[in-house]
Design a protein around this ligand. Sequence first.
Ligand SMILES: Nc1ncnc2c1ncn2[C@@H]1O[C@H](COP(=O)(O)OP(=O)(O)OP(=O)(O)O)[C@@H](O)[C@H]1O
Ligand SMILES: [Mg+2]
Length: 617
Amino acid sequence: MTKKNSEPLKTALRLLRYIGRYRALLAFVFLCIIVSSVAGVAGSGFIETLVDDYITPLLLSERPEFSALARAVAWLALVYAAGIAATLFYNRAMVTITQSVLKKVRDDMFAHMQSLPVRFFDRNSFGDLMSRYTNDVDTLQQMISQSIPQAFSSAITIVAVTCAMLLINPPLTLLVFACVGLMLLVVRQVGGRSARHFMAQQKMLGEVNGYIEEMINGQKVVKVFCREEEVKAVFDAKNDALARQAASANRFANILMPIMANIGNLQYVLIAVLGGALAAAGVGGVTLGAIGAFLSLSRSFAMPIAQISMQINSVVMALAGAERIFQLLDEETETDDGVVTLAAVEEKGGILAPSQAAAARWAWRRPGETGAEYVEARGQVEFRGVNFGYTEDKPVLRDISLYAKPGQKIAFVGATGAGKTTVTNLLNRFYEITEGVVLFDGVPIGEISKSALRRSLGMVLQDTRLFTGSVWENIRYGRLDATDEEVVAAARLANAHDFIERLPEGYDTVIDGDGGSLSQGQRQLLSIARAAVLSPPVMILDEATSSIDTRTEAIVQKGMDSLMEGRTVFVIAHRLSTVQNAKAIMVMEQGRVIERGDHESLLAAKGRYYQLYQGAD
Ligand SMILES: Nc1ncnc2c1ncn2[C@@H]1O[C@H](COP(=O)(O)OP(=O)(O)OP(=O)(O)O)[C@@H](O)[C@H]1O
Ligand SMILES: [Mg+2]
């Protein structure tokens, strides 16, 4: 993922925008926090009145009258009760806000990820991406649910306590301020250091997850080559680095609280001693009640400051997590400036017009100022001088030109890495062509909207991938509105029907994950059926039959030949037997088409194809 300089303030503001969606609820939370904080401060401040106005007179009186005191205590209880209720309410509201924000963040990430180009997934480890959904989103939880309300409540408390203290006794207030100044100094010194370590910690966490994911996927290879020990050692090293980062990040943060607590204690003692001395000397109007109130208030003053400093930890961590989340959200999406779409048409008086009829044909629809233009989608494909490289410095395809008439079968053969899959990657615009043009029924594919383009291409990709779900669902993935009959027909065409029938529950058998319980060949047959059910004008089969035994292949071949009828088909195959009946065979080498022709003419030419053919048999 592209690394930008970290800008904590920007990240924080962006995060606040997410939280800002719940303004009304937040306003309620803040209101409750005010009630709760003021209730706490009022309770503490009331100690002065309680002592000086009620308790001291009672102590001095001959016949103490307790009813006034009882009333005062009842009031105090009421104030505290209101505070407790408000605290309860805002905490519950915060849970709602937090979970809604986290859900929204995850939704946004997933939606954005779906719109990212294939290239993005080439560059990023899947484990690291997963880590953004889990660990990084988790960091937001504590910040939103605790740090934000606490920061607000602390601010309110500080203001309220300051007012209360100033009202009761300004000289003692100055003493408290001095202690607080000392605390702030410590926070700055200690807290600031941990910040940059948190970013590194989240990054390491992503890396560790990436490694775990890779090793889970590759566990069979690890076992085959007996690399368990090495894998463990590498993991240990990465995990060590993570632990070290986490320790540096938390080291400073964790000593903060004890330091703060001790400064708080010091302040308590100073107030008691100094206040007592002042009261005894009768200076500054210090009363016994004032000292009592101050002891309690100064605690309420130190507490929010200690709390805020505690939260710095989680805020810094959340900002680090948020930054990684936003990096993902800022990844450039797959652009699609194609305006040409697919439409159902029929011929009316010699021209194509939109149609609802069941027997409608497909056409490319180009919107124009004087109404849309239609070109029938017949599956004619042309490459003109196409150059392409995945990276700028390394050309992969060089000057590819070819022409496929509707209904023709075009085969690509050639050594591994020659660029066969790359040709198909360009056809469905997984990647954009660097130079040259690809025309689909005469329309440059750059002008066709990607979804329309891909809907018109049935692809069996080189790496077969199935999804969790029944066989029905997996085949229907190609076209969601396919009827059961159509699904079975597609399965028959792909010659998958027989083995599906033999599965424990036939078409209802649930395939887990990536089809781990099926053989490689069975997976390929299912993915052929999945493409067949779409019934598109152009089919692309990338090594679709590479894992199928020769007998089944012959049957699949027959099925595919009927599937290919009236369609343009691109077949990529290592086995030359698969491609012998192709109309045109393109022999590729290092990104170039070096020979082309049908089977007989290529054999007669005694070139590269001839060599491959000889080698194959
Ligand atoms: N995503 C990618 N990023 C960068 N380079 C790539 C990528 N995919 C393929 N390549 C490079 O492009 C070249 C052609 O690869 P391609 O997959 O088209 O070969 P192929 O002919 O399909 O080979 P095979 O027969 O093994 O499937 C190779 O040199 C490969 O290293
Ligand atoms: Mg390939």
